[in-house]
Design a protein around this ligand. Structure first.
Ligand SMILES: *[C@@H]1O[C@H](CO)[C@@H](O)[C@H](O)[C@H]1NC(C)=O
Ligand SMILES: *[C@@H]1O[C@H](CO)[C@@H](O)[C@H](O)[C@H]1NC(C)=O
Length: 510
């Protein structure tokens, strides 16, 4: 009798201890430390990562951004990242911290090149503004004007502007048309498959985020209006020289990959097929992508929203949860299942599959931008400046009229894929009018209108016209948020705070 009671007590105690251990393990593995740090470090303090050092430049009064950049690395939310910003046409920050790899050996610097996923779409909008500016197309033109086969399957009424604004009706592709990385290299065959794809919504204008398809279709339009040039060619031959102020086609630069230079501006739509030694040079500097393990995705994706909020964690957006866990949902079809088809590739897990060299050789202007924060911010600043100067290079990219027309908002619609109102401009730039952040109160950068966009995992590139701010955050460790995450939000908040304070001081001095 007594022995039974003791046995019961021991069992109860064992249960309590097991429960406590579980709570501590879950807390330390998922909440106390970010996903970058190893379980060994989180539980036992072994394999401590090195101290974070911030490299690069900050203008006087902007130094606090350096400490904030470090927070992400120190908390284990960041592996390597960059932040760059312009205010009133002047570079005020160009900083980086962390490492290019999980073994913390190669530092991440402002020069490190990085795949930025959908932030590439912002650049593709700029390319289209440039094409409008050089009279090669109009946003109101039908896609089928240049590509008659595109009209098939109820797509006859889709304009280029609709397409840029994710209203092209081909947010996802039917299974038989989903391209493999190899398929993407044959542009003619790709184009005929894309043209055959029926409209996803029977020809009705619907907002549905074209996560991967947008770039492939737009690339074909560019080929047709420029007799064969790709979006990548336009970047290298027309936009890049404008920024680097020299023609890379000429003279001694022949050996170099276009755009591969020691100068500040570097933007590559993937890594084109090039002589091995040239390609290797870029590979060597491109940081590999890293991200949540399956267990981490499941934990953050499936934990109750309230629990996450109570522990000051940002819940994963519903669209991403559906994309990952609900096969056949429109989110899954548009964000994951429309290609590239990685099923026969050596690496299939997301995001590591996007390091695939064959994929990177393709023209995929929706997601293949390889660049750094400093370059992205430079190009966005050039576009922003167009609104002010508006007479083309070197101060602006396009005329003031094209700039103003491109930035006019279109009537917003609830997006079927993203499950939220999607505010966009005529040329398909994203508009962030309610600030950044997952919480409904206290959003970052609230009250200003931000133009730009964000990429899977955390990269963001935006400018605004009231305080003349342009900023960019890029990184190699992907989080499960849709428009930046706490790593960039804290930097935006501080940047806006500093700028507003400086303007107030300037005004009171006047
Ligand atoms: C295109 O627009 C015209 C005129 O509004 C309409 O009659 C036609 O049905 C539309 N075509 C498709 C494929 O939706
Ligand atoms: C932003 O730039 C415009 C054009 O140069 C200028 O008129 C305006 O005063 C600037 N905004 C601020 C808050 O300084």
């Amino acid at each position: 009798m007594q022995e039974d009671a003791v046995g019961g007590l021991t069992a109860a105690m064992a249960l309590v201890i097991a429960a406590l251990v579980t709570v501590v393990v879950v807390y330390r593995c998922f909440f106390r430390y970010g996903p970058v740090l190893s379980t060994g470090f989180k539980l036992f303090g072994i394999n401590k990562p090195p101290f974070a050092t911030v490299v690069g430049y900050t203008a006087p009064d902007f130094e606090t951004l350096r400490d904030l950049l470090k927070v992400g690395f120190e908390s284990g939310d960041d592996l390597g990242c960059q932040f760059a910003a312009y205010v009133d046409g002047i570079l005020v920050a160009d900083i980086a911290t962390g490492f290019t790899d999980r073994s913390f050996t190669v530092p991440y610097t402002q020069d490190t090149l990085q795949l930025v996923f959908s932030t590439s779409k912002v650049i593709t909008c700029f390319v289209f503004m440039h094409l409008v500016n050089t009279n090669r197309l109009a946003l109101s033109d039908l896609m089928s004007k240049y590509w008659p086969e595109f009209a098939a399957g109820n797509k006859a009424n889709v304009t280029i502007g609709d397409f840029l604004a994710h209203r092209g009706g081909v947010a996802y592709l039917d299974k038989e048309r989903v391209p493999t990385p190899e398929d993407l290299l044959d542009l003619d065959s790709l184009a005929s498959k894309l043209a055959e794809q029926p409209h996803n919504f029977d020809g009705k204008t619907v907002s549905a985020y074209h996560a991967v398809t947008r770039g492939w279709y737009l690339n074909e339009i560019v080929r047709r209006v420029t007799s064969g040039k790709t979006v990548r060619d336009i970047m290298y031959e027309e936009i890049l020289p404008l920024i680097n102020e020299r023609d890379l086609e000429s003279g001694e630069d022949k050996e170099k990959l276009p755009g591969e230079s020691s100068e500040a501006f570097q933007f590559h739509y993937g890594i084109p097929l090039a002589p091995a030694h040239v390609a290797k040079k870029i590979h060597a500097t491109k940081a590999q992508l890293d991200g949540y393990s399956f267990v981490q995705k499941a934990f953050y994706g499936l934990s109750p929203r309230r629990l996450l909020l109570a522990l000051k964690q940002y819940p994963v957006p519903p669209s991403l949860i559906k994309a990952y866990f609900s096969k056949g949902s429109i989110q899954n079809l548009a964000l994951m299942a429309s290609g590239p088809d990685f099923s026969k590739r050596p690496v299939r897990d997301n995001p590591w599959c996007y390091n695939d060299p064959v994929l990177l050789a393709s023209s995929s202007p929706s997601f293949s931008g390889i660049t750094n924060a400093r370059s992205l911010v430079r190009l966005a600043e050039l576009v922003r400046n167009s609104g002010k100067n508006g007479n083309g290079s070197p101060q602006g990219l396009v005329s003031r009229a094209v700039f103003e027309e491109s930035l006019k908002p279109i009537v917003p619609m609830e997006d079927k894929v993203l499950l939220k109102m999607f505010e966009l401009t005529q040329c398909g730039l994203g508009m962030q009018k309610i600030g950044f952040g997952a919480f409904d109160t206290g959003r970052v950068g609230e009250g200003l209108v931000w133009y730009g966009g964000a990429g899977t995992g955390g990269s963001v590139l935006y400018f605004e016209l009231e305080y003349n701010i342009t900023f960019c955050f890029t990184m190699n460790f992907l989080h499960l948020q849709s428009t930046g995450d706490k790593r960039s939000w804290r930097l935006i908040e501080e940047l806006v705070r500093i700028v507003k304070l400086k303007k107030m001081e300037e005004n009171s001095r006047k």
